[in-house]
Design a protein around this ligand. Structure first.
Ligand SMILES: [Fe+2]
Length: 293
């Protein structure tokens, strides 16, 4: 959410980053906190790709949650118990599949969409941006989506159709589970009220990447299930529409911190592996993500 009424753009987000170079972590927290208070999203550049410093920074904003692997039977090889390593893995190199290993794009989604209480922030730190000589849109470019901007745009474009879907998504409680992790599940609507809302479209959203499949077994629990599915499809399709997203490549040392209620995150696909003179090269792209409560 922008506190003023301008919509978020990649230029605005990447044009005036907080520079971490030459600042202590405490000073970086202070500078990022000011931007966050004004925009609810902040890009920090030149941050050390060091797990301890990353977490020290995040503790300035809340409590970093334990990563997925520490709460599931996923392979435990992350750089720290609170950091998720997002890095391509070849088939056969893992025992249990995780979205953190795949090469495909990730549609806009929320961190720990199933969970209560809702995590306030989500952060990612690019360690190695990986291959940049692949086609545009296949470089793992980061995607962010400001929900308030999206709803404002859809209300203008679709009028009554938007209002019906939006009302349904705001008023139907729903409970679903994570794929790998066990935590307390929320029973909030997908679009929920925020105590400090700045306007009617400034709601929290908790969208899971695969929610369209996830709700299929919930038919008996969700009133007017078909209409609910249509409302969810409407939300997912419009969030997936690139014209509604802000997208940009993160460089090594770029740290993006965002309000997890008000922004979704995702990424374009990457090329996971390729042939080079008869042997297979694997994309070294590596990003660390942390959810903050
Ligand atoms: Fe994510």
């Amino acid at each position: 959410m922008q506190l003023n009424d301008t919509r978020l753009t990649a230029a605005a987000l990447t044009g005036a980053p907080v520079e971490a170079a030459g600042r202590s972590v405490t000073e970086t927290i202070e500078a990022a906190g000011e931007v966050l208070a004004a925009q609810r999203i902040c890009l920090v550049r030149g941050f050390d790709t060091d797990p301890g410093r990353f977490l020290e920074f995040l503790r300035g904003f809340g409590t970093p949650l334990a990563n997925y692997a520490s709460r599931s039977d996923l392979d435990k090889e992350d750089p720290h118990p609170q950091i998720n390593r997002v890095k391509y893995k070849r088939k056969g190199e893992y025992t249990k599949q995780s979205v953190h290993y795949v090469a495909g794009g990730l549609r806009p989604h929320s961190a720990r969409s199933w969970r209560t209480p809702r995590p306030a922030y989500f952060a990612m730190l690019m360690v190695d941006p990986g291959w940049r000589d692949t086609p545009e849109g296949e470089r793992g470019e980061s995607i962010v989506l400001c929900w308030r901007d999206l709803f404002g745009k859809l209300a203008e474009r679709d009028g009554e159709e938007f209002e019906q879907h939006f009302t349904r998504l705001r008023t139907t409680p729903i409970t679903f589970q994570a794929n790998n992790v066990r935590e307390d599940n929320a029973d909030l609507p997908l679009c929920y009220e925020l105590p400090d809302a700045a306007g009617r479209f400034d709601v929290g959203v908790r969208l899971k990447q695969d929610l369209q499949e996830k709700i299929l077994p919930l038919e008996a629990e969700i009133p007017e299930f078909d209409a609910y599915r249509r409302a969810l499809d409407y939300l997912v399709d419009n969030a997936a529409d690139e014209t509604n997203q802000v997208s940009f490549p993160l460089e090594s040392g770029d740290l993006l911190l965002l309000d997890n209620n008000r922004f979704a995150h995702g990424r374009h696909k990457i090329v996971g592996e390729r042939d080079r003179d008869g042997h297979v090269e694997v994309n070294p792209r590596e990003l660390w993500s942390v959810t903050v409560r």
